[in-house]
Write a protein that binds this ligand. Structure first.
Ligand code: RRO
Length: 319
């Protein structure tokens, strides 16, 4: 059987199936368990400059089509977090620190203090005032913040993008121009649920971010567009819960996939996806490399409605 080992976004990983930010990433112990369950690398819960309690409850609602959350970036602050990263490292795979800040100085402050194997910049949380997508919908801020972290660290920097925009390609290009080693697509989609007995929004924050199976087709389209338009790797995340979902995401151009909401079924999901992916490659007699971007190569070959294979000009106008 072939090896799934490879370089993704500047990190050498044993397989491209990763733990996504936010799920099980608050403690070193649960990050280590994800690594021991087979994940190729693990991404922490987003950590900021100062401790935050997050939004009041209810913060999570289970829906038929997925999960709605408005956790509100609860975290202990970066000064308390290195310990968790060190515990996570016992799992033997790279540990990626997801970080958030209100501006480039805050991002830089955090990035200069903690020592993970890579950073993932959260420019995409859909429901936190002054953070996440409130910055990440502006290409100039995405580029400036990415650049400031890149100048501060000597490990890979990934940028997690929001789908709550009319132009995710523009955001991807901004991250690339800022020097990002990869983009991660997508964070959750803005959504809400209402209690029909009382008419009250169920989340205390009124709205939150939708994850799980409902968002997989959205994530797929974002990954497809980004991988076609960028020169840096795209890591796919959003609703992946089976090996078939992972194959589809890699066909759309993803170099790696992250698993989040599906972990509510248990840590076994990593090994199930890895085994399924390996069997699929063997059955098709192809390599992981050949699987990557298969869908857009198909479109090119058959040249169906051709905007799908037209790359945007990615020249950095600010350079
Ligand atoms: O903590 C959260 O509420 C949260 C974050 Br940081 C994020 O990036 N995406 C999300 O759906 N929730």
């Amino acid at each position: 059987m072939q090896s799934l080992e490879g370089l993704v976004g500047g990190l050498k990983i044993r397989n491209p199936v990763m733990l996504a930010a936010g799920i099980l990433g608050s403690s070193g112990g649960s990050l280590r368990r994800a690594a021991q369950a087979g994940a190729g690398c693990v991404v922490t819960k987003s950590v900021g400059a100062r401790p935050r309690d997050g939004h009041p409850g209810p913060t999570v609602v289970q829906l038929n089509c997925g999960l709605l959350n408005a956790m509100g970036l609860p975290n202990p602050g970066y000064k308390e977090f290195q310990e968790e990263i060190d515990i996570a490292r016992i799992g033997g795979v790279p540990v990626v620190a997801s970080i958030f800040g209100a501006d480039k100085e805050e991002f830089r402050e955090i990035a200069s203090f903690i020592k993970p194997d890579a950073f993932e910049l959260n420019l995409s949380c859909p429901h936190a005032k002054c953070y996440g997508a409130e910055l990440g919908i502006y290409p100039d801020l995405v580029e400036t913040i990415t650049k400031s972290v890149k100048n501060e660290v000597n490990v890979p920097v990934w940028v997690k993008l929001t789908p709550n925009t009319s132009d995710i390609i523009g955001l991807g290009i901004a991250a690339q121009n800022g020097g990002a080693d990869a983009v991660v697509a997508i964070n959750t989609l803005k959504a809400m649920a209402i209690d029909i007995e009382t008419g009250t929004p169920i989340l205390a924050n009124t709205f939150g971010g939708l994850s799980g199976p409902a968002i997989k087709p959205v994530a797929l389209k974002c990954v497809y567009d980004l991988s076609l338009n960028l020169d840096i790797p795209v890591i796919g995340v959003g609703g992946i819960s089976t090996w078939e979902d992972a194959v589809e995401m890699i066909m759309a151009g993803a170099q790696g996939v992250q698993i989040g909401t599906a972990l509510y079924k248990g840590y076994e999901v990593f090994q199930d996806i890895i085994n399924g992916l390996l069997c699929y490659l063997e059955k098709k007699s192809i390599t992981l490399e050949q699987l990557k971007g298969w869908a857009w190569r198909q479109c090119e070959t058959h040249s169906y409605q051709n905007p799908r294979v037209t790359r945007r000009d990615t020249t950095n106008k600010n350079a």
